[in-house]
Ligand binder design. Sequence first.
Ligand code: FAD
Length: 213
Amino acid sequence: MTDYKPTERTRIRRRPERGSYDRDLVYRIIDEALLCHVAFVLDGEPHVLPTTVTRIANDIYIHGSNKNGLLTALAQGATASIAITHTDGVVVGRSGFGCSLEYRSVVAFGTATLVPPEDKERIMNEVLQDIIPGFGGRRLKPSELATTQILKFPLDEVSAKVRNHGNSDVQGDYELDLWAGVIPLSIVAGEPVSDQKLKTGIPVPEYAQTYHR
Ligand SMILES: Cc1cc2nc3c(=O)[nH]c(=O)nc-3n(C[C@H](O)[C@H](O)[C@H](O)COP(=O)(O)OP(=O)(O)OC[C@H]3O[C@@H](n4cnc5c(N)ncnc54)[C@H](O)[C@@H]3O)c2cc1C
């Protein structure tokens, strides 16, 4: 598959050497994420919606209740800017100017379309498997699907940006007797906590014990 083409909106001007339009990199950043932030303007006011995200092929999907006003506005065609971010480390510099974060991020611009009713169950199952690989819950009921809206955004206008080069201090500061380095950060799953209402004799499934992003 070809890489994304920069547009007037997605051309990275600041620190372009950290920018990328590599489709595989964009997909990897999105696939590791549990959530995205969707920004858009509604009635002249800016809004941002933090929400779960799943990529299927070259589209990303967000979902929620039919009563979710922001999702409904997006479904009616508001242009959205979507950000997905991973913080990979805290860069401790020899001065505040040398402090930073290591990160991988994606920004996409797009307009949503509503997933039609006949595709909702398939998409929701893929969303569930994306968030909880191996999930084995009961099938979604038609009534549950009916109260859920799913929005699809094509990944057409997309950029990625990555900072992963460690310290970058002001020249003279390297002579200072101060520690500098990177404190790595990552998402680490804890020990699963069973529901208090769990029927007796149900073990924690393998997928919950080995959960990771
Ligand atoms: C976790 C994290 C922390 C950051 N902390 C800071 C900070 O403290 N201060 C700071 O100035 N910047 C920070 N950045 C970088 C910030 O996201 C911008 O890239 C930077 O501020 C330049 O903004 P700009 O509007 O001048 O970018 P421009 O280069 O003018 O942006 C043009 C276009 O490039 C694309 N683009 C810009 N930034 C990104 C990005 N991060 N990911 C994907 N595409 C992008 C978008 O399509 C955007 O419309 C951080 C980024 C991340 C992910």
